[in-house]
Design a protein around this ligand. Sequence first.
Ligand code: FAS
Ligand code: PHB
Length: 406
Amino acid sequence: MKTIQTQVAIIGAGPSGLLLGQLLARKGISNIILERVTGDYVLGRIRAGILEQGFADLVREAGVSERMDAEGHVHEGVELAINGKRTRIDLKGLTGGDEVVCYGQVEITRDLMDARREAGLETYYEASGVQPHDVKSDQPYLTFDHGGESYRLDCDFIAGCDGFHGVSRQTIPEDIRTEYERVYPFGWLGLMADTPPCHEELIYAKSERGFALASQRSPTRSRYYLQVPLTDKVEDWSDEAFWEELKKRLPAEIADKVVTGPSIEKSIAPLRSFVCEPMQYGNLFLVGDAAHIVPPTGAKGLNLAASDVAALYRILTRVYDTGDRRYIEQYSEIALRRVWHGERFSWWMTNMLHNFDQEVSNNGLDGQMFERFMKSEADYFLNSENGRRVIAEQYVGLPYEEVKEY
Ligand code: FAS
Ligand code: PHB
């Protein structure tokens, strides 16, 4: 077995692991990333598209924002349409200037991978059998296999950035961790096409037929989603069927502007709300999807991963600057406070914008009654400036919490 060492061992080279590694390296904190698949496979995952103000600022702090600032599109507003009635949420006006950046997760991941390679930082792609050990001790380590050789990676801390299906969360003993979960009775069918977006801002639309989202990646690339039953398979949906259904769910004047074309990606994602508490165990820290999942209705998944990264990066920087390990005791509480705000907002937006009328019981209500409560919720919040401000503040992202000094 070959022994190597670093200060912070990171499991997972998705956006969480790459952003954390980049930020730590800029502070002179050594780190090695172990990733199960190839870099191309990571880049093949089509996922998020909206970056909160805080995330964009963190990418700038990481020194990796050149392409995002050049090619990302700042959005000052977003629209919610309920049965054809459109309401614009003035993100900038209602939050005193905050905005969101429309820039694909794939692009952020690509930029972070390029920066890591140019900085000569170590990433073991196709690392198998990654296993944390002695995480409660001050000498934790990982074992893994790579290129036919077995390794031991000695470190001070382990960042579990390995997503929902990773090994990190399972390392926290079952009697220590509590998992909270709500699985929604539908999924999102997503389609990407090289066609111009139908509107300059995002439109979240609810109709009698179900939810639809009109998003985008660039002036020539559109991203759309439809609420579909969990029983649907992606092969059940031809491109033509997708475009026809999308137009029925968007406001008529927007539907008329939809430019159709062949899909370059089409997939169905299930929707769940999930949180693991605590998000740390000894010197192991859970980051991003390893600890929490949200329905994408609030555009929070990737953004909550970023606020976890911000908290852990600041805490570890203080530990190495001061030699005071007490700072690590703050991570789970700081991260979870913002995670639960993002979870609630995503659950609330999902409830308000999707059709649950087929659900037998939701919060103890039958689907029909729940639908009427949610219709009233949307009516109230969208028709009051205070209500729109509540949505705007959450959508652009709540402030990141500072680390307490000793
Ligand atoms: P990731 O899952 O991205 O990365 C984890 C990495 O760890 C992966 O590369 C994996 O290969 C690796 N790994 C796992 N186990 C390992 C092991 N044992 N050893 C080594 N490596 C291991 N968020 C939004 O904000 N908006 C959206 O529209 C949106 N759409 C989504 C659609 C889908 C289908 C999915 C699954 C998620 C979506 N998300 C969305 C959420 C998504 O963007 C995540 O929040 C984001 O990828 C989180 O990044 P990471 O925490 O890095 O986890
Ligand atoms: C996307 O463009 O992929 C996207 C945007 C906003 C969301 C979810 C997904 O809430």
